[in-house]
Design a protein around this ligand. Structure first.
Ligand code: ADP
Length: 455
């Protein structure tokens, strides 16, 4: 069958929704197509924090920040491989994008709390209600309903259609084995996310990231948009830069939030009962170190002193329940009992904890020079969970210009084709800083929607 629209948006994450709503408000007849049965992609399962320099919460709590400082942090955090012009737009458009989310989309942000992720000079990340992307996606859904924007789920885009001049004029898609042609009078917006869940594709660029790694990504995140655009000679950028997260569930690959105890002094040991890496090392360093251990797993251990400050078991009750049922996390009154449950060398672990307690009291970690300072692990109850690293975010992707137009290998614009979000490779350089993805998808999603509608 055939369907006619002005703008066709592929993918229903934050980038796709931002683009669709903006294009619709600019007078275009739009559709979102989504291959999964449900909307949201990775945007649904993220913590959802959004970096916005000069935001209203900063003003309220008295934090000085600037567009320049955000640009500097972002470029430095990505080893200066991000595109400075695009990062400048990211920084300048962050506040208007956040105000749009707050006032028009009705995203509920906490108005007295901010997050500060690694690599940021100040606290600048707005926090959506309940610290999850579900807040974004549910509000985006309500707005698309109100605007009567159709969302075609279980519909997989398979190819871009171009005319004789090379202009993109539509999308070939498949639903339940049936072919559907979507004609796009003004443009197609690629918002398909990254390729973190595609083992074959990620090992093509980073051979190390094979199936020893799980993934934190939603199932649909297979790099389809990049592959489709490459068939039209689109240029990719920075594809080797793939971020891993070290402490994830060993069965599902999902990020462990309960193990954020690590930021408060929890130690990471191997089956032999030894620490093997500084617990606050870079994500990639810890990930590699874990894969070099027996069973390619690690065990995170903490006690009452740390739980009293971190409060992670209290906050993440559901995670504890699930891991506990599956035999992947236990709480006990003695460390010996935990070692026994996981088959970790009990004697060696007790000796290791003894050394940690000594280093903690002396304020000097003689083994790994823990930068946050170790804490004692003496007070019951004790907690232990098993973890392994997962692929988290793909920084590389399609090359776009400042109007989000996709560029070809000659650096020329591919007419009619726009891209925004994780499918692009412009802003994060070698390493995406926490809280920058939401800013990226909203800012460039809005630009893509406006530009495509204006064709
Ligand atoms: P971003 O953060 O860039 O918005 P997300 O990961 O949140 O990206 O969302 C991307 C969405 O695109 C996911 O819901 C995913 O299932 C969808 N998607 C990926 N490939 C296709 C495709 N070929 N056809 C339709 N939808 C797709």
């Amino acid at each position: 069958s055939e369907q006619n629209f002005d703008v066709v948006i592929i993918g229903s994450g934050g980038a796709g929704f931002s683009a669709a709503i903006t294009a619709k408000n600019a007078g275009a007849n739009v559709v979102i197509i989504e291959k999964m049965p449900t909307v949201g992609g990775n945007s649904l399962i993220t913590g959802g924090q959004m970096n916005v320099p000069g935001n209203w919460v900063q003003k309220k709590v008295g934090i000085e920040d600037s567009i320049d400082l955000f640009v500097k942090d972002t470029l430095k955090g990505g080893d200066y491989l991000g595109d400075p012009e695009m990062v400048q737009i990211l920084a300048e458009q962050a506040l208007p994008a956040a105000e749009w989310l707050r006032d028009y989309i009705k995203v509920d942000f906490y108005n007295d709390q901010l997050f500060q992720f690694g690599g940021h000079s100040v606290k600048r990340a707005l926090i959506p209600r309940n610290h999850t992307g579900a807040e974004w996606i549910s509000k985006f859904m309500a707005k698309t309903d109100e605007l009567q924007i159709p969302i075609h789920t279980r519909t997989t885009a398979t190819a871009l259609i171009k005319d004789q001049s090379g202009r993109v004029i539509g999308v070939e898609a498949e639903k339940n084995g049936q072919k559907i042609t979507y004609n796009a009078k003004r443009g197609v917006i690629m918002a398909t996310g990254g390729f973190g869940a595609n083992v074959a594709m990620r090992t093509k660029y980073a051979p190390e990231l094979d199936n020893r790694y799980g993934t934190t990504n939603a199932r649909g995140i297979m790099g389809d948009g990049i592959v489709m655009a490459e068939k039209l000679n689109a240029k990719t950028h920075n594809m080797k830069s793939i971020q891993t997260y070290p402490i994830c569930h060993i069965d599902t690959g999902v990020i462990s939030l309960i193990a954020d105890s690590r930021f408060f002094g929890a130690i990471v040991v191997n089956k032999e009962g030894h620490r093997f890496v500084e617990e606050l090392e870079r994500r990639d360093v810890i990930s590699r170190a874990i894969l070099a251990q027996t069973d390619q797993q690690a065990y995170v251990l903490w006690g009452g002193e740390i739980e009293d400050i971190a409060g992670v078991v209290g906050v993440h009750k559901d995670e504890f329940g699930e891991l506990n049922r599956k035999g992947m996390m236990f709480k006990a009154d003695s460390i010996e009992e935990l070692a026994h449950k996981f088959g970790v060398d009990e004697k060696a672990l007790m000796a290791q904890v003894g050394r940690v307690n000594k280093f903690a009291k002396a304020g000097d970690d003689k083994e790994f020079n823990h930068r946050g300072g170790l804490k004692t692990i003496m007070k019951p109850p004790f907690y232990m969970l098993v973890a392994k690293p997962s692929v988290h975010h793909t920084m590389g992707g399609l090359m776009t210009d400042t109007h989000t137009r996709v560029l070809d290998t000659q650096g020329k614009v591919i007419a009619g084709l726009f891209a925004a979000g994780e499918v692009t490779g412009m802003t994060h350089g070698s390493n995406r800083l926490g809280g920058n993805a939401i800013t990226d998808i909203t800012v460039f999603g809005r630009i893509a929607g406006k530009e495509a509608a204006a064709q």
